[in-house]
Design a protein around this ligand. Structure first.
Ligand code: SF4
Length: 402
């Protein structure tokens, strides 16, 4: 089963055959996100999987079966071989992936390692809330070279306001215990970094300091998922660009530090783009998005941040049992995220910042009835952040030339 060659995507009727004939070549998938467990042991109030438009998790098996991950491993290896990829990354995700348990994760990681013994290197990362992260799991991850990314929203008070158990208990104490383990000499080699969702109601420097306390090699600051139909929370009496204000406070602290305290991907991407380079994240820039999701039932889906848009936004009709990942490369929802400026709205194409901004995160452009062919709902914030970063970089460049 394949995707119809002219399948419709909400913003564009993409004629994939015509694009291919005109020379557009798909970027092979570099990241495969495996939904090893559909449920979560937390109930964060902003979670796009459980609190926004799409509720498809209810209809899927809670945990992935071995037959499904074995097929996914075959499809990954097939895809990497077909495209001559030297590396491909498996991201263990959920829900909360650690709910799958030590035995199942041991078998899963072992099966993937056994499938990738040839020329293509398999990188494996787990993205977790860390509540269940213990030495037994960390020993497995260290033994198998699995890197661990942890979600944390800053200080104990701020984190526990939004990242809570279903009964209202905060998660910070458990995550703090896990991060102390992860940052210890025994396990530090598997620490990939922290992921923090930006909340303008918090103190940005206190949040940054709370993240830095664990010595993360990398921090991802995520602008929360929102769109024109489900707009971000904003104080009507505020500046109008609260997310940019928050990010700029952290940027200035990070940029002015006498030595690099950690990597912050959003800032590094904006600096690279301002200087004519490319981005590594989905939040800015026009680089092709080369990620695909395998749900717990084996469905091949689009990147699941799109679940914040409308029910079924990630559906492709493909599964690892019936289809190669190459079939998903022709889905208009993948193509639209690999054709750069051609997928931007007229307003973004006319914007002088579009090569840096890239129209922002694709999910943030959605408007019910109009699809994704709009500027980001965070347009004003992105513009302010990019102007600020550009100005700081330009000042430094002038100083060098003086
Ligand atoms: S989202 Fe706004 S700042 Fe970004 S490219 Fe579009 S118009 Fe420009």
């Amino acid at each position: 089963m394949g995707v119809p060659r002219t399948a419709r995507w909400p913003d564009l009727a993409l004629d994939v055959a015509a694009l291919r004939a005109a020379g557009h070549r798909p970027a092979p998938f570099q990241d495969v996100v495996l939904k090893v467990h559909q449920r979560c042991n937390l109930a964060c109030d902003y979670c796009y999987v459980y609190t926004m438009a799409d509720r498809s998790w209810r209809d899927r098996p809670p945990v992935m079966e071995r037959a499904t991950w074995l097929k996914a491993a075959d499809r990954m290896a097939e895809h990497a071989a077909a495209h001559g990829s030297s590396t491909i990354r498996l991201v263990l995700h959920g829900g909360e992936p650690l709910l799958a348990g030590l035995d199942r994760l041991t078998a899963l990681v072992g099966d993937f390692r056994a499938r990738f013994t040839g020329d293509c290197r398999l990188d494996i990362q787990v993205q977790t809330n860390a509540v269940l992260l213990d030495t037994a799991l960390l020993d497995l991850f260290r033994r198998q070279g699995v890197r661990v990314g942890v979600s944390l929203d800053g200080t104990a008070g701020d984190n526990d306001r939004r990242r809570r158990h279903a009964d209202g208990r905060g998660s910070h104490a458990a995550v703090d215990r896990a991060l102390r383990l992860l940052g210890s000499p025994a396990y530090r080699e598997v620490f990939a970094g922290l992921l923090c969702t930006v909340d303008p109601s918090t103190d940005p420097l206190a949040t940054y300091g709370a993240l830095l306390a664990y010595g993360p090699p990398q921090v991802d600051l995520l602008i929360p998922h929102a769109n024109w139909s489900t707009p971000p929370e904003r104080d009507p009496a505020g500046s109008g660009t609260p997310h940019a204000d928050w990010l700029i406070a952290v940027f200035d602290r990070w940029y002015d530090a006498p030595r690099q305290e950690t990597g912050i991907r959003l800032f590094e991407d904006v600096i690279a783009l301002v200087l004519g380079g490319s981005s590594r994240s989905e939040q800015v820039g026009l680089s092709p998005v080369a990620a695909v999701v395998v749900e717990s039932d084996g469905s091949i889906e689009l990147v699941d941040s799109l679940k914040s848009s409308y029910p079924g936004a990630c559906f492709t009709g493909l599964t690892v049992f019936d289809d190669p990942f190459d079939a998903a490369l022709d889905h208009p929802g993948v193509v639209a995220r690999q054709i750069g400026v051609e997928a931007l709205s007229p307003a973004c194409r006319a914007c002088p910042m579009h090569t840096v901004c890239g129209g922002g995160h694709y999910a943030h452009r959605y408007r019910a009835g109009a699809g994704y062919l709009n500027p980001s709902v965070y347009c004003a914030d992105l513009g302010r952040l990019i102007r600020h970063v550009s100005s700081r970089v330009a000042t430094d460049l002038r100083r060098l030339q003086a």
